[in-house]
Design a protein around this ligand. Structure first.
Ligand code: GLN
Length: 549
């Protein structure tokens, strides 16, 4: 198999334990290579059987990251986009489920002409095809393999990249293995054995890593690096230290200082004299170190015990902090604990300067969200409702201002006053999409980037400074615009609409210091070096609020 492009492939695997930050490591390497003037693309190969993470519980898998082209993907793609600014696509997240669905569909069509379908070569060929597909003029394709080396389910992926290593050759492939050096307190030592074993595991599958990135809480002494190199069949300089860092945005500079990009370039025999331009990261680092003051942001959600469910949101809030040169403290508020009106909300929100009600699903916890929105509205606390948060703001206003006591969402069951209803028809770039209550759950939401028109003289227009915006969606329900005029008469306007004027996309209350709800997920497009305007503005308003206290 031959790749027609000139791209070089870096395969990133993980060993010893999960949660090593492989995604962050890949994203960081991606951005440093960009800083050296190369064009990069990042891909995630996930060994689980789900076709995509869209149907996975946020409690188990964290956030489902949505791309412009409407793919529901792994949260690591969020890191990739935030660090490199390169928009991910459907073809950048591959799962075993997706591979098998395609292989089996081909088998049913008879495309294999009677062959016995096997993991090798049919599944591995399908994986290789994905890895090599949809590449244009990129210099580097970074492919992260999910899971930990040694897992049964990742075997076909490891085998596929081994074959690619062979077929494309050393000059076009590099294997980067991320491992852990645990520090044993009683011995006062960093231990190399788990790394040795995990490399042995990889070697047993035919892959000799070219570079090791060793996660550690302590500096790795030179003799330990030499020891790892000796046992893992490597040169000492290719054993790179990846020390824990207090901010993820310090990682690119730290990895560069440890020589990661140098070793990659050396491997591919590229020009080493050119140093990367890391000025955007140096700038962020400076802002982080010089930020003064603190803003407390309350996030009212249902998945607060699994904050990876809000990964992009946390980052976007922090970007808002960078834009205002202020530190952010996030206070997690479990919406189920404030369902009861007597739950002492006042005390819970006592030092909160801004309230976010983020995206969510289902009735559980929704009354707590409505109560917190009511508190923000009545007490002039900046409020930002995202997707489900906007929908709950509509219910809060309908019940408490319009006095529509039964106002509800059809997501919560049968209702005769459905202010939020199932979206059954909507326009996409390619035509009309339709849904019913009985549609499959996977991949059937309104997904990906849609345009939205901003209303003249609205607050959001002054924030975005644009007439039309494009933001990413992931939802099944939509605000029913039947009550549009009643809302308007009472001070809540829909200041962003779909281009056909049918779907309310943004709401705002102009008499409030900052009360905005959006049907989309602005957090997905925020970058540390380009904070999203809504988050920058929301944090500014929250900072002003903190000064009033
Ligand atoms: N559950 C809501 C819907 O499907 C909101 C989804 C979300 O917040 N992403 O419309």
């Amino acid at each position: 198999m031959n790749s027609t492009s000139a791209a070089k492939f870096i395969f990133i695997t993980g060993g010893v334990v999960s949660s090593l930050g492989k995604g962050l490591a890949s994203a960081s390497l991606g951005t440093i290579l960009q800083a050296r003037g190369y064009k990069v693309k990042l891909r995630k190969l996930d060994p689980y059987l789900n076709v995509d993470p869209g149907t996975m519980s946020p409690y188990q898998h964290g956030e489902c990251y949505v791309t412009d082209d409407g793919a529901e993907t792994d949260l690591d793609l969020g890191h990739y986009e935030r660090f490199t600014g390169v928009n991910a696509k459907k073809s950048d997240n591959i799962t075993t489920g997706k591979i098998y669905s395609n292989v089996i569909a081909k088998e049913r069509r008879g495309d294999y002409l009677g062959a016995t379908i096997q993991v090798i070569p049919h599944v591995t060929d399908a994986i290789k095809e994905y890895i090599l597909s949809d590449i244009s003029d990129e210099d580097f394709i970074l492919c992260e393999i999910g899971g930990t080396v040694g897992d049964i389910e990742s075997l076909p992926f490891i085998e596929a990249i081994r074959q690619l290593g062979n077929e494309l050759g050393l000059s076009k492939t590099c294997f980067l293995h991320v491992t852990l050096l645990p520090f044993i307190k009683t011995a006062g030592e960093l231990k190399t054995k788990p790394t040795q074993h995990s490399v042995k595991e990889l070697q047993g599958m035919g892959i000799q890593p070219d570079i090791l990135l060793c996660r550690t809480e302590n500096i790795i002494p030179e003799e330990q690096k030499s020891k790892i190199a000796l046992f893992c069949n490597l040169k000492s300089e290719t054993v790179i230290e990846a020390l824990d860092s207090s901010s993820i945005y310090d990682v690119p500079i730290a990895y560069h200082n440890q020589g990661l990009d140098n070793q990659v370039c050396k491997h591919f025999e590229l020009d080493l004299s050119k140093k990367p331009d890391l000025s955007r990261w140096i700038k962020i680092n400076k802002i982080q170190n010089s930020s003064e003051g603190n803003v407390n942001i309350g996030i009212v959600g249902k998945y607060t015990s699994m904050i990876d469910a809000y990964k992009s949101l946390i980052e976007a809030v922090n970007h808002g902090g960078l834009a205002n040169k202020v530190k952010i403290t996030i206070k997690w508020i479990d919406s189920e604990l404030i369902e009861d009106k007597n739950s002492n909300i006042k005390n819970i929100f006592k030092d909160i300067n801004g309230i976010i009600v983020p995206g969510g699903f289902g009735k559980r916890g929704s009354e707590g969200k409505i109560n917190s929105i009511n508190f923000a509205r009545l007490n002039n606390i900046p409020f930002f409702g995202i997707c489900f948060g906007m929908q709950m703001a509509v219910l809060e206003f309908a019940r408490n201002v319009l006095k529509l006591d039964n106002a509800s969402s059809s997501e919560f069951g049968k209702t005769d006053l459905s202010l939020i209803g199932l979206l059954t028809e909507w326009q996409t770039k390619t035509g009309l999409e339709t849904r019913t209550e009985n549609s499959n759950l996977g991949g059937t939401m309104r997904l990906g980037a849609y345009e939205c028109k901003l209303v003249e003289n609205s607050f959001v227009k002054s924030i975005y400074k644009k007439n039309t915006i494009s933001e990413r969606h992931r939802h099944r329900y939509e605000v029913n615009n039947k009550f549009y005029l009643d809302f308007k008469k009472n001070g809540l306007i829909f200041s962003g609409m779909s281009p056909d004027n049918l779907l309310p996309e943004i709401l705002e209350i102009s008499s409030h210091p900052w009360f905005i709800g959006v049907q989309f997920h602005p957090e997905l497009k925020s970058k540390p070096f380009n904070p999203h305007p809504l988050f920058a503005s929301f944090i500014k308003a929250s900072l002003n609020q903190s000064r009033l206290l």
